[in-house]
Design a protein around this ligand. Structure first.
Ligand SMILES: Nc1ncnc2c1ncn2[C@@H]1O[C@H](COP(=O)(O)OP(=O)(O)OP(=O)(O)O)[C@@H](O)[C@H]1O
Ligand SMILES: [Mg+2]
Length: 455
């Protein structure tokens, strides 16, 4: 039986008792309640595998309770119990997400049959979730593609680093696979059975990031209305990925330094010292030594992070990997769409000549678009041209693949990037977010590059 605990709600003592006895005999730990409010309190205290509730109760009735329970514990099945007179509301409750209903008076066999059915269903659901996760992770790890010497070096470092607990700092342009490195490290390490926890350091304000990382005690700042366990605690015995590490404030840099040195910290507003056993992986698409030189990033923290540096090369420097990754994702999205798309030679040549400023992420998006828009038709130069971002169709790839723009002077990568950014900005009428979307990078990346070109 996958159901080990249940809450039973009924205002009538006899019904509660009867149900408690039936469930207890099946080795289910039972808590009882007289109305909806009591149920919610009990569940807040400790969640349950099952809720069985009467529909008519004083105070908060069964339907209202069903709503609240589905909102807070969406995975917990709810079974309604009802007398003949309210069968309509029982049916209504199933429409609103109840698993099933029992008509009073019911016999022991009826309840047992329902529980058996429910138990089997829960077991299947659990297996599906587990298989899905396992599959996804294996899939990802298996499909970290690359055969060029630069990538082989990266894989070799990952393999060695995975055996240690050393902190790893991954740098590289956006979309080069930094997160994939962190996952591969985790999966190949003895910590693979533990949690993999990711925090985006650029996405939150300083206060929120502090409590995200370290947790907080109730009332430690406005809005902290209950205790919160931070990501470092959640990552115990596993790996934590600190994404975009360059973005954290000086105060948090100091706190982080201590965690890296001692594996200890306190929750925000707390006094109790917490120790954790985590492997730290940090990523950045900024040049951290430059940030250190400019006084924006602590030098001591940089050295603590940079124990094992891994530099992800931009896709345009990976030569033969490009056609291989293109073919891989072509087959992947083809399978998803139920077709078998292929590239013609000139279609593939055009894609290989494209400089991929958004790296592998951009490539994945372009291939998906190609497959969705063109389906089974062989993907030739025309199809590819139609699917590359508008700016590319006319400029970069045109130059590179030698189309009508053959006679145009060949730009340097830098010049081309600047022109490319300008076109995207013109196109979006100066709207950074829209331009970033077009270029398939984050606004932050766009702004960094604009700064680089003095725009
Ligand atoms: N070598 C690779 N082989 C196959 N897929 C890859 C490879 N590198 C990256 N990808 C895919 O490209 C996408 C982007 O990768 P990832 O999120 O790891 O990049 P990132 O460097 O963390 O990007 P950002 O800096 O924008 O966060 C993902 O879908 C990932 O699976
Ligand atoms: Mg990332």
């Amino acid at each position: 039986m996958t159901i080990r605990s249940a809450v039973i709600a009924d205002d009538e003592f006899l019904n509660r008792d009867l149900m408690e006895e039936i469930l207890s005999r099946l080795d289910i730990r039972v808590r009882t309640a007289k109305d909806g409010v009591q149920v919610l309190r009990a569940l807040e205290d400790e969640p349950a595998d099952l809720l069985m509730t009467d529909i008519r109760m004083p105070g908060m009735g069964g339907l209202k309770l069903l709503h609240k329970a589905k909102e807070k514990w969406p995975a917990m099945p709810v079974v309604m119990m009802t007398a003949y007179a309210s069968v309509e509301s029982a049916v209504e409750s199933m429409r609103q997400g109840a698993y099933d209903y029992l008509m009073k008076p019911f016999g022991v066999e009826q309840v047992e049959a329902l529980l058996l059915r429910l138990s089997e269903r829960q077991q299947l659901l659990r297996e599906v979730v587990m298989l899905r996760e396992e599959n996804r992770d294996r899939h990802r790890a298996r499909n970290f593609l690359g055969q060029t010497p630069v990538m082989n070096d990266v894989f070799a470092v990952i393999e060695r680093a995975a055996r240690s607990n050393a902190t790893v700092l991954v740098n590289g342009e956006s979309g080069t696979g930094k997160e994939l490195v962190a996952r591969a490290l985790h999966e190949q390490s003895p910590r693979a059975g533990g949690p993999f926890v990711k925090v985006n350091c650029a996405a939150l304000t300083e206060t929120l990031l502090a409590s995200e990382l370290f947790g907080h005690e109730k009332g430690s700042f406005t809005g902290a209305d209950s205790q919160r366990i931070g990501r470092f605690e959640l990552a115990d015995k596993g790996t934590i990925l600190l994404d975009e590490i360059s973005e954290i404030s000086p105060e948090l840099q100091a706190k982080l330094l201590r965690v890296l040195e001692e594996r200890q910290f306190e929750r925000v507003g707390g006094e109790h010292t917490i120790s954790v056993d985590v492997r730290v992986v940090a990523t950045t698409n900024r040049d951290l030594p430059e940030e250190v030189a400019a006084g924006r990033f602590r030098e001591d923290l940089y050295y603590r992070l940079n124990v094992i540096p891994i530099s992800m090369p931009p896709l345009r420097e990976r030569g033969d990997d490009v056609p291989n990754i293109l073919r891989h994702y072509l087959a992947h999205f083809g399978a998803e769409m139920g077709c078998e798309p292929s590239f013609t030679d000139d279609g593939l040549a055009l894609l290989c000549a494209y400089p991929w400023p958004g790296n592998v992420r951009e490539l994945v998006n372009v291939v998906e678009r190609l497959v969705v828009l063109s389906g089974d038709v062989p993907l030739d130069e025309r199809a590819v041209r139609r699917c590359l971002p508008e700016l590319v169709r006319n400029s970069a790839a045109g130059n590179a693949a030698g189309s009508s723009a053959d006679s145009a002077p060949l730009l340097s990568l830098d010049e081309m990037e600047k022109a490319h950014l300008q076109r995207a900005l013109d196109h979006s009428q100066g709207d950074i977010q829209a331009a970033a979307d077009l270029l398939q990078v984050s606004p932050r990346v766009l702004q960094t590059r604009m700064k680089k070109h003095g725009m």
